[in-house]
Design a protein around this ligand. Structure first.
Ligand code: BG6
Ligand code: MG
Length: 211
């Protein structure tokens, strides 16, 4: 019996992965590092810093921590510029209506995102009043696949792990949900993972799981 649904944000509620790609691409190009969509795919659910370490696997030099900070800031500035161009029309009607219907059914709704930009994204999409709790990258010390961000979300809505359903598009996120003792519904490419308890081909299918 689910009492709360915890949503990953990037790749589930909104499609910011291309913005991540563009912002990282600019940094990678500046450093002369090869970067493409398939490497970008490996960054799903992974923190900003860990994402950069994955990109740096193709860098033939060693980068010091101070320089890393400079490029992390650069990436985030480019990314935020793109985020600021988002508007409520970037939220799909299906997503919006499904969230509203889940609320009507008495579900607690929470965000569990690795992103430190979650607040900004939620604001751009006009979703400030849709969620009972937002647990994000600013509040955690371990990022996915560690379950911390989902455990925080669960405790913010006063819900036991066994009564939470997590919705995820990334392998790291499915692993985090399972590590926290939560069921998970996969969207997008994550449906290929054996960790998924449910495989969604559309967002509104959530309404069949949470009755
Ligand atoms: C996750 C994304 O939601 O947030 C990752 O899937 C991203 O790709 C991570 O690296 C951190 O995001 P931000 O906004 O803090 O740089
Ligand atoms: Mg995601």
């Amino acid at each position: 019996n689910y009492k709360a649904v915890i949503f990953d944000l990037d790749g589930v509620i909104c499609h910011t992965d291309h913005y991540h790609y563009l912002a990282w691409k600019e940094v990678a190009d500046e450093l002369g590092i090869y970067f493409d969509e398939s490497i970008n795919h490996r960054l799903r659910g992974v923190s900003r810093k860990e994402s950069f370490d994955i990109i740096l696997e193709r860098y033939d030099k060693i980068m010091g921590e101070e320089d890393k900070e400079i490029y992390l800031t650069k990436k985030n500035e480019g990314y935020q510029k793109l985020l600021k161009g988002m508007t409520p029309s970037d939220l799909s009607e299906e997503t919006k209506n499904t969230l509203l219907e889940l609320r009507k059914r008495g579900m607690k709704l929470a965000i569990g995102s690795s992103s430190k930009n979650a607040g900004l994204i939620i604001k751009q999409l006009g979703l400030e009043h849709f969620f009972d709790a937002v647990s994000d990258g600013n509040m955690i010390t371990h990022s996915k696949p560690h379950p911390e961000v989902f455990q925080k979300a669960a405790s913010m809505v006063n819900c036991e792990a066994e009564n939470c359903l997590v919705v995820e598009d990334a392998k790291a996120g499915l692993e985090a949900a399972k590590a926290g003792g939560m069921d998970c519904a996969a969207v997008g490419d994550a449906v290929k993972s054996p960790l998924a308890d449910y495989k969604l081909s559309s967002f509104r299918q959530l309404l069949e799981i949470v009755e």
